[in-house]
Structure formats: structure tokens, C-alpha cells
Design a protein around this ligand. Sequence first.
Ligand code: GUN
Ligand code: ZN
Length: 465
Amino acid sequence: MSTLAIRGRFFDFIDDPWKHVGREAEAARFLPDGLLVIEDGLIADFGPFAEVAPRHAGVAITVIEDRLILPGFIDGHIHFPQTRVLGAYGEQLLPWLQKWVFPEELKYRDRDYAREGAGRFFDDLLAAGTTTCQAFTSSSPVSTEELFEEAGRRNMRVIAGLTGIDRNAPAEFLDTPENFYRDSKALIARYHRQGRNLYAITPRFAFGASHELLAACQRLKQEHPDCWVNTHISENPTECRGVLEQHADCDDYLGVYEKYGLVGPKFSGGHGVWLSDGEFRRMSASGAAVVFCPCSNLFLGSGLFRIGRATDPAHRVKMSFGTDMGGGNRFSMLNVLDDAYKVGMCNNTLLDGSVDPARKDLAEAERNKMSPWRSFWSITLGGAEGLCIDEMVGNFQPGKEADFVALDWNGGPLAQRWHQSLLAPESGPETMEQAADVLFAIMMVGDDRAVAQTWVMGERLYSRD
Ligand code: GUN
Ligand code: ZN
């Protein structure tokens, strides 16, 4: 058995801050001097150094100084074969897919190209502090294999699957429902729960799926109920209209996935910008999750996701957060939090009643505010709960996998360095409030330059310095 221990300043969550309005700190845990004991990649013990150290006499201790150590970030929605599409100019969703995305993803039929892309993809994730992702691949099994193989080499937890599309793309990019079903079965047999890999049945989106393709997904889910289901939902108004034209027997976007028995726990739909209250209610009742992708929603002009509405206790929807890279223009979940905060603030301009008195809703406005607690919960424990992987990752509870990130509160732009001194002593945060203030500054001013180290299953896989 290999045992090691990390000593440092730790910050994680033991509860959901949205349930602690006005006292969100109660959901968090800040240990200014903590010890994390790791055995064979799993967390064996965790707590204040003075309490935990005597229980592990003789264990080798690595001290991580001047850093805030958090659970590794979880990106709930990202496109592995879009690594080279980052920053493509000028289009909204549907023309952007046609012009930039499908031609690039087509290249991932080539194994060498896909393998090189997979290496870069995981390098970029780790440099951003992301240790777990739920990823789309392309419509080629080769790209799905290369993603799982590379994740396996790095021992990283991923959820992914062959990404099915059989309409509304160039002919050479389209799959058939029969091939999609056959290839998905083979990939499930080969990769699902092999190492840390988890398989998601992945219809790309209802706009790109025929009745037969969705029926194939339904059959796969019935035959493999342990698998996840990952897709897009209600991202862009033109797409939403197209879906209802193609699936005229359904009343709304969610209804298409419901019709094929896909909606429930382990289902997640990216974006959800245009979901109605009724759809939120049904997703909530079924245990399905929406993945909020603010960088992408702003970059592609898809719209402002209603955070406060999705978190309404009357129909609280499980939420994970994602980059949606290349629709999102960043790999960093810190940038996702930056944009999420701004989306919430813009939503509140619409809700403050000054433009339309009928829309004044102070409770929803309060829920729109992405406090540091809500924010960092959403990319750690909350993100894990959204994806139903919180038994494995998300915080420092013993038994979970030892994935974590060490943040440098002075890393990144000089403005951040200057700013920190207002929030905490130069030697670093000493209280929960100071830690939260520093984390908020990191998410608003920082980026992947604030990520000093990233550890996976107790092994350091990335070091900035
Ligand atoms: N909907 C279907 N495919 C995609 C994609 O690649 N990116 C985004 N943002 N939305 C999609
Ligand atoms: Zn996406």
C-alpha cells in the first residue's frame, strides 16, 4: 500500500450552500492547517493537522505552502475534439457548428490526430485545475477510444461517450442509428467502469437526432441502466424552434428526451438557457441535471441562463457547471465562475423591477448571486452531485478519490496580487470569511495562472512552477 499525506490550507464543502441562504459558510469547511492522508489514491483521513497527524505516525508528509487546496474542479460539459476550435470568430450556434466544428471533428476519425488532440486536451484540463470532466467526443468511435485511453493513462475520472448525430450536419459526418447502437455497445463493453472511465450514452442534441437515433439511445439506456446520458438542451432559440418542428409530437425540448425514456438521474443536458418553468419542474422531479455553461452562452450569444429560477426550492434542478469548450472560449472553470457571476448580475437587472415592475422578485434575485460558496461548491461537490459521481469525488471525505488543486492567491494578473492584500494578510487567509473573499477574487480576477498544482489520485500531474 502506498501512503502519503499533504499538509496545507484546505477548503471544501460538506453541504449545499443554496440551502443555507444568509449563512452559506455553514456548508463549507476551511482548515488553515489541515492534513490529508492518502492511501492508494484514496482519501484515508482528513482534518486539522493537530488531530489527524498523531493517528498516522511515520507517514511521509508533503507540505504545500502558501496555497489554498481545493477538491479538483469538475467540468460537467466539454467537447474533447474542439480543442483546436477555441476562439473561432463570428457565429451563433448552428452556423458555428457548420462552419467550424463539424469540419474539425471530422478529422478525429484519424487515430493519430485524435491521440494528439487527447494529449493536449488533458494537459489543458490539468493546467486549469480540472480533474474530472464529462466530455463529448465526435461521431467516430476512434475519437471516443482515444479519449478513454488517454484518461486511463492519466488515471483521471471521465464520463464520455460516442456522440451521435444523424441529421443536420454534412453527410460525411453523419452516423446511422444502427452503427451508433452497435459502436456504443462495443465501447460500453470495453470502457464503462474500466479504471475510472464511465460511459455516457450521448445523443449530441435533439436537433441532430432522428426518431431512430433517439430510439437507439433508449434501447442502450434500457440495456445499460448504469450508464450516464449526456446531451444538449434548449441552448439557442433557432435550435429550439428547429427541434419542435422536427419533433412535432412533443410540447417542448425536454419532452423529446422524455419521450425516449432518457430523463432521470444520470441525465444531464448542457445549457438549458431557454427551459421553461414547467421543464425545470419536470427535470427537478426526475432527478435530471442541467449543466450551466456561461462562457459558451455568452461567446455564442445563446442567452442568460436563469440561475435563480433553476434553484427555486419549489423546483430545484440539479446543476453542474461546464466550460463547453470550444463553444466556451476557456478551459478554466475559474473563468466559468467569472462569467456565471456576471450572468447572475445581468439577470438581476431584469429582475429588479425598474424596467418591468411585474418581474420584481427579490428571492430569485438573491439566488442569482454567485457567492464564492455557491460558486466553488458548483465546480466541486455540487458539480459531482449534478453528475451523480459525488460518492467518488467532490470533497475531502475519507473514501473518496484524492483529486485536488492547489491555488496560488497571488497567481495571475498583477491586479490580483494588489487586490489580495485588501482581503487577507499577505501570508494568506486565516478565517473562513477571508478564504471566501480570496476565492471570490481568484474567480473574478484569476485564471489558470492561479493554478499552481493539480493532483490526481494522490499523484501530482501538473505543476506550474
Ligand atoms: N449542440 C450540438 N453540438 C454542440 C456543440 O458542439 N457545442 C454546443 N455549444 N452546442 C452544441
Ligand atoms: Zn456543448
